[in-house]
Design a binder for this molecule. Sequence first.
Ligand code: C2E
Ligand code: CA
Ligand code: CA
Length: 538
Amino acid sequence: MRRLLSKAKFKTLSLLGLFSLVVTFIAITTSYLYAFWQISNEVRSDSEQLLNYVEHKLSVAGNSLEKLNKVEFTGCDNQGQERLEEFLFDHLGAGLFLIRHKDSAPWTYCSVVGNILISQRDRNPNSLIFLDESRTKVISVMGYDWQGLERRDLFVALEADDRINVVRIALEDSYSFFEDQCTDCRHVEVRLSNDDLIFELGEVKTGVLTELRVYSHEFPLYVDAVVGRKRVRAQMLNSLMLTTPISMVFALLCLYIFNLVKALHNSLGFQLKKAVKRRELIAYYQPIIDAKTGYVVGAEALVRWVKPDGSVEPPGRFIQVLEESDLINEVTLQLLKNIPIDLAEVLEQSPLFRCSINLVPQHLELPSFTEQLIELEKQGFPCEQLAIEITERLPLKNLRQARMNVEKMKALGVCIELDDAGTGYGGASYLQELNIDVMKIDKLFVDTLIVSPDKTQVLDANIQMAKSLGMQIIAEGVETSAQSEALVDKGVRFQQGYLFAKPLSTVEFIAFWHESHQAYIQQYDDTDMPDLYALKEE
Ligand code: C2E
Ligand code: CA
Ligand code: CA
């Protein structure tokens, strides 16, 4: 017991462990994906913002250059510097202005702070990008030397008749604008379309998850940015607080859905549907015996579920599910079609033999079963050797429709039997309306013969009624020879029950029939076989 308990505990603990693992996995994965999505969005929006900023600066610089052209300038003397200072003061936002008179030395520009040398190394004509069709406005990245310090930045130049005006787009000024708390977790580069690097920001070069590029629509520029692993990880840890409870709910939901699907899969209806498709529902045949001679006058086809493991299940557990669904139609049709195949030998050698099949009300109230039977008869189905059992256990809602179908079946030679007579709904109305040929007396009444022999009034009345209506009688559930003999005494010679045989597989039934057939032939004249459906009791 203790071992069992600890086993159960172990199972619960393992399940709990598995569940936590699943939750953790989902939480981490969703947090990671969510963080990645968030950071990517953020990086893209940062890059767009940076690009907008650069574009704005370039537009302002372009305008300023046009104005600078109007400044009177002859040389980089004090007067010239004053003019520039004045101009710079008016256009303070636009950075550093330079002017070179075309007569001056080629790399020397005049600025408010004195002469500035543009480095020749960077004056590569290939790195110049013209911004206008007249090729007077140029955007480029250039190095310059100011007060002995080497720098590199983005310049826009405008070439006029007598001079060249230049403005520096001081992007490094904007470092502080873009800098955030995390310079070591990002990397941003602004480049010209010829890949000349204008400036870069941040330090991440390794641990890059993905790169994003945003192009400017106005200028030949683009911004490259990376989504760094470190940043995503930090964000993920933040969002774990949110995703863990969500994941738990999600995992519970999955568990619930899994259980639901499992339950559905295990449900009898689902299993039966599969079984019908695989033709696992087949007929077993229980012999109906003439108790006077021991001859097998007929059989009742009773459904059995032969499972893939070979076990055979009687219909008690599943017949109601079949009857309440459309599956019963498919099953009945399968059983029906198999009768002439299973019992071919018997039907051929014993023309008076009949096999009965159990129907449900919908088989009678709807036209499809009758139509199928008519169709089968056209293909050679031996309807004269078929009986249908209509049970009193289930009510017939449309007796008129049932009667019409019954008549059509009778016209084919089918025998009509009232099953479980005396136990249910129909009673005398079924007997009259449905033109019943045979009454099957239920085991309930047969049992009274032994259990309370003085209370057989219902049985007697049923027998009497059947006889007076010219019907044949079959007694069901005959288990003892005493019952059998008592029934014969009451004029009920056709009997079905464990006394003679249980429902048998096809092979068993054929063997049983052979034995009884041989015994009969040896004892009686083989031309005078008892016919359950024609014989009238003396
Ligand atoms: P039922 O039509 O009244 O069939 C007779 C039942 O009594 C069968 O049970 C049979 O095995 C059992 N039986 C026969 N002789 C004896 C006996 O001496 N003692 C005892 N205790 N039982 C005996 P089974 O095969 O389990 O079928 C149960 C019920 O399931 C049937 O009752 C019938 O209502 C239904 N059923 C069986 N096959 C079909 C089918 O193919 N279609 C439909 N719609 N119902 C079926
Ligand atoms: Ca029956
Ligand atoms: Ca019955």
